[in-house]
Design a protein. Structure first.
Ligand code: NAD
Ligand code: A1AUG
Length: 515
């Protein structure tokens, strides 16, 4: 009997047993650092000479693993394996498909701290952030399995006398799953299993800086009983393998999470008809954000400062949901700004294997360079309040950085930096604050800190973002509780972890029989 869905609780690391659990996980991961991982095509392991080498961003000399790298020929082989497997997988009972997800959730739950420790090593996540990523992966498995059971018999439609009308959802075909490095377990696993549980077969191309955790997840799915060919693992270059698969005539849909520019490229390429292609490809594209916390004059200012600090600098600001703009009504501007600076100066930036670290490194050299270049731009565009420095000698560490008095149109107020940088802007009143909040091309998350109910209502109607929060930060959506996805250049608003998400991987079929 399937129990009602509840999200996986976060671990309290103040409890000795949990702390030890994580440290044991870390030892397990340290025991397999540097190992090689193969592609998986039609259930077969394929090793290539070319490898993607995954490094620990806290310590550039530590190799987390070496993962075989697909080229076009191997991507084609994987596509054919997925096409073949679709013939049988689409007919497997939805209950059986859901069971694979339930079992995979149980396996990951048993190895929770090992997965979290691997996220610390491969993605630089501090303990609590890694734990949340693992919990979210478990949530996606548990939630989508239940959602499949809910929709497996379709939806009721009316029938006239002597007529039987049915409305069922059937799978689409072969999907390409392209995932980002910043939630290398949760988003990679969530997007993959949503496609699989709905009866599709997939090619998974994980991000190149975090392929090891994806390889471990593929092993879990095999252990959970997923048949060969349903999930094909093809890490590779976005430009080579990514483009090839997006363009492929047998690709039925693409589920992409990543940056605006790559999302747009995929959206455009997928719209072109290729020889032999007999359908319109569907694209799910969840892209970037430039997310704002608005603070009203009638607000709990301590709550506001805590929310801005945590949402701006949690996981070094490397969340699409991160607060990168704080828009404060002028009456309370100085007070909130000064308190955020105070709180930020208390944050510990260090190797995230240390439990007391709040913020670890950024992803890699190119992320480091990009963020540091925005910090230089920020020095021209705003008043540097704290931070502004980075050190990439051992790992990619950047101090949490605050700029005050930014013009709402400034680049640091408009462009996604994806690092530990937040810009403050002053608004003369709440209406102007909302106008500023809406003045980017993105529309992913936002938060409003206020005690004014009319303002809450106004923001509900006019703050144009997919995920809007009141009197809390703007990160940390929970699967099944706050379905996640954004408007405008933040993507197709697919709402991961929501009640409609699975339907994006299916098509509805009407049948009508006369008796
Ligand atoms: N909206 C969301 O739910 C969400 C969630 C997480 C991250 N993001 C966004 O993701 C970005 C950070 O992730 P990233 O740096 O990995 O993004 P990215 O766009 O650089 O890469 C994402 C994935 O796309 C692949 N890719 C690159 N070029 C490709 C191509 N031509 N064809 C196909 N695939 C290609 C990459 O290898 C990677 O697997 C940020 O912009 C962040 O806001 C959005
Ligand atoms: N779903 C996550 C963000 C995912 C993007 O990076 C959150 O709500 O913070």
């Amino acid at each position: 009997m399937v129990q009602p869905y509840k999200h996986e609780p976060f671990t309290n690391f103040k409890v000795d047993e949990n702390r030890e659990g994580y440290l044991t996980g870390l030892k397990t991961v340290e025991g397999y650092l540097g190992k090689d991982y193969d592609l998986v095509i039609g259930g077969e392991r394929v090793s290539t000479e070319a490898k993607i080498v995954s490094y620990n961003p806290s310590n550039k000399e530590e190799v987390v693993g070496r993962v075989s790298k697909a080229n076009r020929e191997l991507a084609e082989k994987a596509m054919q394996a997925a096409v073949e497997a679709f013939k049988s997988w689409r007919k497997v009972k939805p209950e059986t498909r859901a069971d694979v997800l339930f079992k995979a959730a149980a396996i990951i739950r048993r190895r929770k701290h090992e997965f979290s420790a691997l996220l610390t090593k491969e993605a630089g996540k501090p303990w609590n952030e890694a734990d949340a990523d693992t919990a979210e992966a478990i949530d996606f498995l548990e939630f989508y399995a239940r959602q499949m059971l809910r929709i497996k018999d379709g939806v009721h439609v009316e029938s006239r006398p002597n007529e039987d009308n049915r409305y069922d959802y059937i799978p689409l075909g072969v999907g390409i799953i392209i995932s980002p490095w910043n939630f290398p377990l949760a988003i990679m696993a969530g997007t993959t299993v949503a496609a699989i549980v709905t009866g599709n077969t997939v090619l998974l191309k994980p991000a190149s800086t975090t392929p090891v955790v994806a390889a471990k997840f593929v092993e879990v799915m095999e252990e959970a009983g997923l048949p060969a060919g349903v999930l094909n693992f093809v890490p590779g270059s976005g430009a080579e393998v990514g483009d090839y698969l997006v363009d492929h005539k047998d690709t039925r849909f693409v589920s992409f999470t990543g940056s605006r520019d790559v999302g747009l490229r995929i959206y455009e390429r997928a719209s072109k008809l290729n020889e032999g292609q007999i359908w319109l490809k569907r694209v799910i594209a969840e892209m970037g954000g430039k997310d704002t916390i608005v603070v009203d004059k009638d607000a709990d200012l301590e709550l506001a400062a805590q929310a801005i600090t945590a949402s701006s600098f949690g996981f070094s600001g490397q969340k699409c949901s991160a607060c990168s703009r704080a828009v404060i009504v002028e009456d309370v501007y100085d007070q909130v700004l000064n308190r955020v600076v105070e709180l930020t100066n208390e944050l510990k930036l260090d190797d995230p294997t240390d439990q007391s670290t709040f913020m670890g490194p950024v992803n890699d050299q190119s992320a480091f360079d990009k963020i540091m270049s925005y910090i230089e731009i920020g020095k021209e565009e705003g008043r540097l309040m704290t931070g502004g420095e980075g050190d990439s000698s051992k790992g990619y560490f950047i101090k949490p950085t605050i700029f005050a008095d930014a013009d709402p149109k400034a680049r640091i107020m408009q462009e996604e930096i994806f690092g530990p940088v937040v810009a403050f802007a002053k608004a003369k009143d709440f209406d102007e604050a909302l106008e500023i909040a809406n003045n980017t091309e993105y529309g992913l998350t936002g938060a409003v800190i206020t005690r004014n109910r009319e303002h809450i209502q106004k923001a509900r109607e006019d703050f144009h973002v997919g995920n809007l929060y009141f009197n809390r930060g703007c990160t940390g959506a929970i699967v099944g509780y706050q379905p996640f996805g954004g408007f405008n250049m933040s993507g197709t608003d697919s709402k991961a972890g929501g009640p409609d998400y699975l339907l994006l991987h299916m098509q509805a079929k009407t049948t009508s029989e006369m008796y």
